[in-house]
Design a protein around this ligand. Structure first.
Ligand code: KIV
Ligand code: ZN
Length: 500
């Protein structure tokens, strides 16, 4: 292990994928894993194999597809989990089992109805068992952020003796202050006699917005692996964002720390993950948000024009944001579209590319300049499977001094239906019309409309979460017409309900 090298452990495909509505299929996971490999991450956490056949299969397929990064599989401190993880990792060129157990008093008492000594024994047993299958075993002390330091040090010493080569100190609830988390890592460095035999890993959640600060505090106090996700996606408020730690290490050379991350792959991969997971990136998100390099105030613009270093600490090119990137228009050919898609890691068959190209021409008729987000959106729509319920036509009228009204024509497995309704706006009217045809009690829990770039001719993305008979479904659509996108997202939910 190089002393000043920080190893990147990406858990986009495990902690990130646990987010409701962010699930990927195996082909999409392979696409992300290969992009992570190109980006230079050291470890890819590919899933929790015992949790579902889908996760099991994804770990197998990612292991086959990826060459040099270590592939990691998560388990509880349970023999069956460890056996299943080892089986899923059988094709990995370098495989790691990530096993662990909750160590805070709250987990010990309420989750396990146990005591500290018993939990320590279970931790040791799990690590020993995992070592029967591989030499690379990482142990996580779940809720380490709220675990008593003295007890945590005893657990860490014992699991290293049992064969753990990496020890993960998760701030599972995102509770720690940076000073507290840094002090915890320092305490382990100073009080675990065999700590030099393992790498300490950070794994921070963002519940109080401190995940990145905590990860940096951990690194500056001796941790040499950071567990991160692209765009900071993950349980609840998310995990530490890979792009933030990578760019902090690159910008603060005085720390003397290096990593293997090729930062110019950050922006394209951020867009790919956002599009595949239908998870918009907040516009002011550090490093990869749409506004991260947009200077709007006059004073800032003036400064940047005189010398970019006045207000810009990162060169956008360092994260692969090509501000001069080719803008496609109605005159762009197949080849230009294929080139832009492939630069984002999207490889379509000729047949699919032809379909996306036709959609692209339709969009180019409505919008003068087509950017990368637009074409990724079109490629994303092409991934959506066959739909039983389709919108044949839609008309909505609204304005000042009139009641919004909409009528809609649906095709349900070849049968035609029509309805009209009023509402408090054109979207409400159109959804009321749809409800007259689809006579199910579907509640809309969440409904977000977001523009992709700028301008009144922009495309918008709609994300919807609905509830039906106690189940949650997610719908997604995009269009230059906000009513069409909203209705398509609702119909996307209906198709998902239909397919269960
Ligand atoms: O947040 C956490 O504690 C985790 C562990 C399972 C590593 O994700
Ligand atoms: Zn986590």
């Amino acid at each position: 292990m190089e002393k000043n090298r920080v190893y990147f452990f990406d858990t986009t495909l495990r902690d990130g994928e646990q987010v409701p509505g962010c699930q990927l299929n195996t082909v999409e996971k392979i696409q992300v894993a290969k992009a992570l490999e190109t980006l230079g991450v050291d470890v890819i956490e590919a899933g929790f194999p015992v949790s579902s056949p889908g996760d099991f299969n994804s770990v197998i397929e990612i292991s086959k597809a990826v060459t040099w990064p270590t592939i990691c599989a998560l388990t509880r401190a349970v023999e069956k989990d460890i056996e299943v993880a080892a089986e899923a990792l059988k094709y990995a060129k370098h495989g790691r089992i990530h096993t662990g157990i909750g160590t805070s008093d709250s987990h010990i008492r309420y989750k396990f109805n146990s005591n500290r000594e018993e939990i320590l024994e279970r931790a040791v047993k799990a690590v020993r068992y995992a070592r029967k299958f591989t030499d690379d075993v990482e142990f996580y002390a779940e809720d380490a952020g709220r675990t008593d330091n003295e007890y945590l040090a005893r657990v860490i010493e014992a699991v290293i003796n049992a064969g753990a080569t990496v020890v993960n100190i998760p701030d599972t609830t995102g509770y720690c202050l940076p000073s507290e988390y840094g002090a915890k890592i320092k305490y382990l460095c100073d009080n675990v006699p065999n700590i030099d035999k393992a790498i300490i890993s950070t794994h921070c959640h963002n519940d109080l917005g401190m995940a990145t600060a905590n990860t940096m505090a951990g690194i500056m106090n001796g941790a040499r692996q950071c567990e991160v996700t692209i765009n900071g996606i993950g349980e609840r408020a998310g995990n530490t964002a890979l792009e933030e730690i990578a760019m902090i290490l690159k910008s603060h050379r005085e720390l003397g720390l290096s990593s293997n991350i090729n930062t110019s792959g950050i922006y394209p991969l951020s867009r790919t993950v956002s599009n595949l997971m239908n998870m918009p990136v907040q516009p002011n998100k550090a490093i990869v948000g749409r506004n991260a390099f947009a200077h709007s105030s006059g004073i800032h613009q003036d400064g940047v024009l005189k010398n970019v270093s006045t207000y810009e600490i990162i060169d956008p090119k360092d994260i692969g944001l090509d501000t001069n990137s080719i803008v496609l228009t109605a005159r762009s050919g197949h080849a230009a579209l294929k080139y832009r898609l492939e630069s984002h890691g999207v490889h379509l068959s000729k047949e699919k590319l032809d379909k996306v190209y036709q959609e692209f021409l339709l969009l180019a008729d409505k919008k003068k300049e087509i950017n990368d987000d637009d074409i990724l959106m079109l490629a994303g729509a092409e991934r959506t499977g066959e739909r039983v319920v389709k919108v044949d036509w839609l008309q909505a009228t609204s304005g000042v001094g009139m009641k919004p009204v909409a009528s809609v024509g649906l095709d349900i497995a070849g049968e035609k239906f029509e309805a009209a309704a009023t509402g408090n706006g054109p979207v409400d009217a159109a959804i009321n019309a749809l409800r007259q045809i689809i006579k199910r009690k579907i509640t809309i829990n969440e409904f977000t409309i977001q523009g992709i770039s700028k301008g009144s001719d922009d495309c918008c993305k709609v994300h919807m979460q609905v509830e039906y008979e106690g189940h949650i479904f997610y719908g997604f659509a995009a269009s230059t017409d906000i009513v069409t996108a909203s209705i398509d997202a609702y119909v996307d939910c209906i198709n998902k309900i239909h397919s269960i």
